[in-house]
Design a protein around this ligand. Structure first.
Ligand SMILES: NC(=O)c1ccc[n+]([C@@H]2O[C@H](COP(=O)([O-])OP(=O)(O)OC[C@H]3O[C@@H](n4cnc5c(N)ncnc54)[C@H](OP(=O)(O)O)[C@@H]3O)[C@@H](O)[C@H]2O)c1
Length: 320
């Protein structure tokens, strides 16, 4: 196998975790080119000549951003995935792993969702644009794998968190924004406000765990169907907020604001494939993962403040 591993979305939460584990890969960010455009994607692949691709780029938003802009999330992600996968097919790159999302799956009142449910009933309305683009990614991956005999597949991580997350208190994901708000409450005396009732149940997985699984999958994949990557069956947002407060040693009040969006009440995915595909893998506990994320956030708090969100990093553009 010649040619480097190429990682799209190299500045993101998951891309940064892959960079820690496999720094010799080539990492692309949007500064290297807008991958929604096929010509740009193809030119970059021709220049890099990768032997395998971890396609992690995505237009990702928190609960508020998604609900307000479903059409934009659909277009951005559908274009991005179509152009990267079509360029990879044109260059005949035989190994490619992409990321789906729990938002692509339907949810059921009476049972847990598994991988077999992916293309059945409609996904939750609040994220339907993003979710449907991810369904198309699943289809394109499986169809190309079948027609071309490529070892292409997808993973479906539940909500990720970790160092390099977006810590924007308004637009970020739940873990990053709660860490930011708890830290602000602790350091400035403002209230630690949690959106929604606190009763919603969500699953979280440490981004480094997903990076390990993705690097494993790119070398040794035999199936094009997706695999859910979930560390456990989930916790309430109240428990998450309290654990963050505990790890941060914040002793003040926690205020739940039911006027703010919290999304669907219970979102729970269970894998019927993970253990047989990755039998030796052991997940990081939520408490240990949160402790490491909070340590990273506190160390980088001033640059996160200055950048408004997260410190920027760009590798490929600087090398050219
Ligand atoms: N975060 C989660 O909880 C979660 C859960 C399940 C699945 N996923 C999926 O996992 C993947 C990685 O997620 P993440 O949280 O690491 O994402 P992220 O932190 O939001 O990073 C997104 C990455 O994609 C790049 N990107 C966005 N639009 C682009 C474009 N038009 N052209 C080129 N690059 C572009 C960004 O580059 P810039 O930084 O330069 O903008 C950034 O590197 C995504 O596909 C996401 O849908 C995420």
């Amino acid at each position: 196998m010649t040619g480097p591993l190429l990682v799209t979305g190299g500045s993101g939460l998951l891309g940064s975790a892959v960079r820690e584990l496999h720094p010799q890969a080539v990492f692309l960010t949007s500064a290297d080119g807008d991958l929604r455009q096929f010509d740009i994607a193809k030119t970059l692949l021709e220049e890099i000549r990768p032997s395998r691709i971890l396609h992690l780029a995505g237009s990702v938003g928190g609960v508020k951003a998604n609900a307000g802009q479903n059409s934009r999330f659909f277009e951005d992600n559908a274009l991005l995935n179509l152009s990267v996968l079509s360029a990879a097919r044109a260059l005949r790159i035989p190994r490619l792993v992409s990321m789906l999302s729990s938002c692509a799956f339907p949810l059921f009142a009476d049972r847990t969702t598994t991988e077999e449910d992916l293309q059945t009933a409609l996904p939750y309305d609040g994220n339907i644009g993003y979710g449907y683009a991810k369904r198309m990614l699943d289809f394109q991956t499986r169809l190309v794998a079948k027609d071309e005999g490529f070892a292409w597949t997808t993973l479906t991580p539940v909500t990720m968190y970790g160092p390099h997350d977006s810590f924007d208190s308004e637009e970020g994901h739940v873990v990053g924004s709660l860490i930011r708000r708890c830290w602000s409450a602790k350091t400035t005396g403002t209230p630690y406000v949690v959106w929604g009732s606190g009763q919603a149940v969500r699953q979280f997985v440490f981004a480094r765990d997903v990076a390990h699984v993705a690097l494993d999958a790119i070398e040794d994949n035999r199936e094009s169907t997706t695999t859910v990557v979930a560390a456990d069956s989930g916790i309430t947002i109240r428990s998450l907020a309290e654990t963050i407060a505990d790890v941060m040693e914040y002793r003040g009040p926690i205020i739940f604001d039911p006027r703010q969006p919290e999304g669907v009440l219970i979102k729970r995915l269970q894998s019927t494939r993970f253990v047989s595909r990755f039998p030796a893998f052991r997940f990081t506990s939520l408490r240990n993962g949160l402790a490491e994320t909070i340590r990273w956030f506190v160390e980088h708090a001033s640059s996160v403040e200055a950048a408004g969100d997260r410190p920027s990093q760009n590798v490929f553009a600087e090398r050219r």
